[in-house]
Design a protein around this ligand. Structure first.
Ligand code: CS2
Length: 418
């Protein structure tokens, strides 16, 4: 059977790409867990099977997904992963490794000085980063391959190609095969798994699934039509294959993810736990609506932002799905530049709601630091140091690659509702 090798086999992959592939039929996915044993330990004894639980206002649905055959643990099985990247039966290597997994600088290029990348550039045996694995695997590849980024990054395929090429150049490597890196927009709200979900699945399906995933009914996947070889019949199960993904990606990142981040920081500060509570708080609802309206003005014509915004509000109001604000709040240093700063820059600083979203991140960083909690963020050390410095706002803006002047000065980065 033709294979997809998927790097980063977490909940989002299992609610989204694996679900589409399972329904399209005829393909196998081999997963690669990049850092934690949790997923291989849970899934391998179950032959890769798991329950996808759709929790929506219309009801709950339990579906068994069976297209994953096994999950490798990269730190121990790098050679097996490299062999599968080079294997002609593997036609697609896809990725969901989160924003920080790419080690990109603010301008979107690979940070060759990042510790993990620098280590992979000197050691050849077992690359630890996805970029290193791809560059080494591609150097052995002789037949066409599609490398499909499924993370929420601006120009995600283009950036991934740039990063892998930069790594290969720095390591004096390269590849001869035809390799394409389509851009893609991915969307499905997928919370982390809780014990309550495992218990619910055991009760409803009579199967003690160690790794169920909860998600919403809505799902969207838009992929640029630049495959190097075969792909599953994804278009038959709702995936849109288009010439240009950019408008879809911009709408999703700036409207959904931008408002999500603003609600996450604002919501935690206002004592909420889940998205459905935040969107029910008039202050945060207005903030989300404002972020979406500003983002909408940066979109090309024909993207129907008003009905998109309405459908987002409905999705966020889904009380059947407990989507924790703290999950969205992770890795703000990586997310905010693409979600909120980009809109503000494109509007020459005239984006009061997006600015308030960034102010909420600043207030959140300060309050966490004051409470003695390190942020869950690769820049946590720099963020804590900035918070404890004499100019926290300037220091935190620097983490996002901007200065307070972009927003009209530090006053604009103070929350109006605090
Ligand atoms: C969220 C996203 O965690 C986050 O940062 O904004 O994971 C969001 O739920 C997805 O992009 C929805 O498709």
């Amino acid at each position: 059977m033709p294979r997809i090798l998927h790097l980063g086999c977490g909940n989002f992959h299992r609610a989204h790409q694996a679900w589409y592939t399972d329904r399209a039929g005829g393909w196998t996915i081999t997963g690669v867990a990049m850092r934690s044993r949790a997923v291989p330990d849970a899934l391998n004894p179950q032959n890769g099977d798991y329950t996808l639980v759709t929790q929506d206002t219309g009801g709950t649905d339990y579906a068994r997904i069976t297209c994953i055959d096994r999950v490798l643990f990269a730190p121990d099985e790098a050679q097996a992963a490299l062999d599968l990247i080079a294997d002609p039966e593997t036609h697609i290597v896809s990725l969901t490794i989160t924003e920080k997994g790419y080690h990109l600088k603010g301008d979107g290029s690979l940070d060759v000085d990042a510790a993990a990348i620098a280590a992979d550039l000197v050691g050849t045996a077992a690359p630890k980063t996805a970029i290193g694995l791809l560059a080494h695997g591609l150097s052995k590849r002789t037949t066409p391959l599609t490398v499909l980024c499924c993370d929420n990054l601006t120009d995600n395929g283009t950036r991934l190609r740039g990063a892998v090429t930069a790594f290969a150049d720095a390591a004096n490597m390269g590849w001869d095969a035809k390799v394409t890196f389509p851009n893609a927009m991915v969307d499905r709200i997928t919370p982390a798994t809780t014990d309550a979900l495992r218990e619910d699945v055991a009760q409803e399906t009579s199967w003690n699934d160690a790794a169920p995933v909860a998600t919403e009914a809505f799902s969207e996947w838009v992929i640029e039509d630049s495959f190097a070889g075969p792909r599953p019949d994804w278009h038959r199960v709702g995936v849109q294959i288009v010439d240009d993904v950019a408008p879809f990606e911009k709408r999703k990142l700036r409207m959904l993810n931008g408002a999500h981040s603003a609600m996450a920081y604002g919501g935690i500060l206002r004592g909420h736990t889940y998205v459905h509570q935040a969107v029910d708080d008039p202050v945060l609802r207005d903030l989300a609506i404002g972020v979406m309206a500003e983002a909408a003005t940066t979109l090309p014509d024909g993207m129907d932002p008003d009905s998109y915004a309405d459908s987002l509000l409905t999705r966020w109001e889904n009380t059947a799905l407990d989507h924790a604000l703290r999950q969205i709040a992770m890795d703000g240093s990586q997310k905010l530049p693409m979600r909120l700063v980009a809109t503000t820059q494109e509007l020459d600083g005239h984006a009061p709601a997006s600015t308030q979203g960034i102010a909420a991140w600043i207030a959140f960083a300060k309050s966490e630091t004051e409470a003695g909690r390190a942020l869950d963020d690769p820049a946590a050390g720099t963020i804590a140091a900035a918070c404890e410095s004499e100019d926290p706002i300037g220091g935190l803006c620097a983490v996002l690659g901007v200065t307070p002047a972009l927003f009209g000065g530090p006053e604009a980065l103070t929350l109006s509702w605090e």
